[in-house]
Design a protein around this ligand. Sequence first.
Ligand code: UT7
Length: 333
Amino acid sequence: MNYIKSVGIVGTGRALPDKIVTNKDLEQKVDTTDEWIRSRTGIGSRRVADENTATSDLATEAAKKALEDAGISVDEIDTIIVATVTPDMAFPSTACIVQKNLGADRAFAFDIGAACSGFVYALSVAENLIKGNMAKNALVIGAETLSKIINWEDRNTCVLFGDGAGAVVVKEVEEGYGIQGITLGSNGAKGEVLRQPAGGSRIPASIESVQNKLHFIAMDGNEVFKFAVRVMGQSSLETIKKSGLDLEDVDFFIPHQANIRIIDAAAKRLKLPKEKVYVNLHKYGNLSAASIPVALDEAVKEGKLQKGDNMVLVAFGGGLTWGSAVVKWSKEV
Ligand code: UT7
């Protein structure tokens, strides 16, 4: 019989820009109020990168911290996977830029585009590269500078997003610990509701595309909301079952941080009390692919996870895409 490895997370790190933009600041820019943003989304402020900071800069900083936390040197990294929808440029990939910044010469590096679900997708790819003996140690990063593709005059979107990066080191762990199950899903037919229309081969950059504001995020918030409420609970339940667990076995829940009403609806469906649900979106807003790894790093550093805890990670996003993972925490605290 083939030996199947247990693969888990052995180090975490995060990087957030210093600049804080509050809801009050946004009241000066668009027709909105702190009260509207808080009550409809749960967001109080967000971090915004300065003009000299690109996604790879935040990704590199988060990666260095995750490597230090894991006690693994750069030379031991076999692969770097960056989940992002705000790469520094179309190519080279942001992962290759991070490789250069770190000096991780042995690694193969590539990006994953699954929007806000990107981190869960990347975690799944890393798990399977390790199980398939393609890599021993993987660096999985979710990193975004969404502020660069936001129309700061559009109140429907500018209040929602923020910048940041979270990184984890993934490797073989003690038998029975680590990733217990992952579910991924996509519905490309509904992709229209959340997109950045221009800048690719369909609508290449032109004076018209810029004048028509087609390089900014375009979103039908209500449609995304309905999709998110349905899929967050459904996907989590599927992965919990696939992992051989019951709802009572879930110790900790780290949902994609997009809207407190979406998080509350998912937690209710999973019958989870508030203390088991991690929330940081009041500080950072929606960090897209960076949302879960930033939240995970904060939760770990705040001592919220004990060895053996069953944690559910779940995300939804552009594509449309979704994904969830059950991870039995393998690190001693
Ligand atoms: O990671 C995935 C990324 N996207 C998401 O997660 C978005 C998911 N969707 C949502 O979070 C919510 O749908 C929103 C927060 C975007 C909107 O909340 P809602 O309760 O669905 O509001 P709505 O879209 O039904 O809009 C209600 C009203 C509209 O005005 P009218 O047409 O009723 O007069 C909007 O124009 O609220 C207005 N509105 C605002 N008002 C003040 C929209 N944005 C704002 C704003 N400030 N920032």
